[in-house]
Design a protein around this ligand. Structure first.
Ligand SMILES: Nc1nc2c(ncn2[C@@H]2O[C@H](COP(=O)(O)OP(=O)(O)OP(=O)(O)O)[C@@H](O)[C@H]2O)c(=O)[nH]1
Ligand SMILES: [Mg+2]
Ligand SMILES: [Zn+2]
Length: 292
């Protein structure tokens, strides 16, 4: 029968079939190292209630960190204090998602810590991303504040991955939304303001019609493997305008007739986002120099 891999632990793969979870092991040419959380598999039930995984269905996509297959959505979780997010990190996550054509939304957690000026700064940061076309909300897992839009985002069919560095409250957010899960949430180190990677293995958790993956935090993110002239397509607010650039492979740096730079000057594309685009572009160009 067909099932979904929800957890992999110590060579054992938990497969959710219509009747419930089955502990299974891959057989034949398959090794458990090749199975990913999120995989759809063909599993054969044994008399003792355990299962054998016979086949992995073709994957629609896959994330490397965390290793998850068949992802539909990405919820980018971050905070503006304890710790304060590096804007560049948000953009790098979004690029990874754009490259895989995932639906994405942003959640600025720990909103309860933000007052006055700090709160306005956080709101302003979010509005940059709304302007770019992403749903973006501020709220608090601790105070259960403004969690409804997040719940709505997670409620659809398919798999949502939570992306966020350690200690941002991803697990606490899920506990607030789905108290039945009783996930282990950690404490931010007072010294560093950073988390401690409390969540270790990715697993799929039920949200109703779909699944959510509570991922261990990660900090370093590489750029997707695109050609320099394709980078701008991963910025939704630049994508359409780039079609009006004089040159098809315009890098939006110093080329004449660049519609993207014009949009930046008119304030239609945010300057700080554009600045990070230029920075990532340099990074891609430098990488190319190394390989040729
Ligand atoms: N003030 C405040 N603290 C929060 C909020 N959400 C989470 N925290 C705290 O932040 C710390 C880290 O929370 P976790 O949920 O473990 O963070 P995580 O993102 O799952 O971290 P990793 O599993 O290490 O990736 C805990 O001390 C939480 O209580 C919030 O909305 N407000
Ligand atoms: Mg966690
Ligand atoms: Zn251009």
């Amino acid at each position: 029968m067909k099932g979904r891999v929800v957890k992999i632990w110590n060579q054992w793969v938990t497969v959710m079939v219509p009747e419930g979870p089955v502990l299974a092991r891959p057989r034949g040419k398959l090794s458990s190292a090749r199975v990913l959380v999120g995989d759809e598999v063909e599993v054969e039930l044994l008399p003792d209630g355990r299962g054998i995984i016979r086949r992995i269905e073709a994957r629609r996509n896959q994330l490397e960190r965390p290793p998850v297959a068949n992802v539909d959505r990405l919820l980018v979780v971050f905070s503006w204090e304890s710790p304060k997010v590096a804007p560049e990190w948000v953009d790098r996550v979004l690029l990874q998602g754009e490259w895989r054509r995932l639906a994405m939304a942003l959640f600025l957690n720990k909103g309860d810590l933000l007052v006055g000026e700090r709160r306005e700064e956080g709101e302003r940061f979010l509005s940059l991303y709304r302007q770019a076309g992403y749903p973006a909300w501020m709220g608090s897992a601790r105070e259960k504040e403004n969690l409804e839009p997040v719940e709505g985002f997670l409620a659809g069919e398919g798999i949502t991955v939570l992306a966020g560095e350690s200690g941002l409250g991803k697990t606490r957010l899920l506990n607030a939304l789905y108290p039945g899960l009783e996930l282990k949430s950690g404490v931010v180190s007072e010294k560093t303001g950073r988390g401690r990677h409390t969540t270790r293995h990715p697993q799929l958790l039920p949200t109703g019609k779909g699944w959510v993956v509570d991922t261990p935090g990660f900090s370093r993110l590489f750029l997707p493997p695109v050609e320099p002239h394709e980078l701008g397509r991963l910025f939704p607010e630049m994508r359409e305008r780039a079609q009006e650039c004089r040159f098809r492979d315009c890098l939006h740096r110093t080329e004449p007739g660049c519609a993207v730079r014009e949009a930046v000057h008119r304030g239609e594309v945010d300057e700080s986002r554009f600045g990070r685009y230029l920075q990532f572009l340099e990074e891609l160009l430098a990488e190319r120099k190394k390989t040729f």
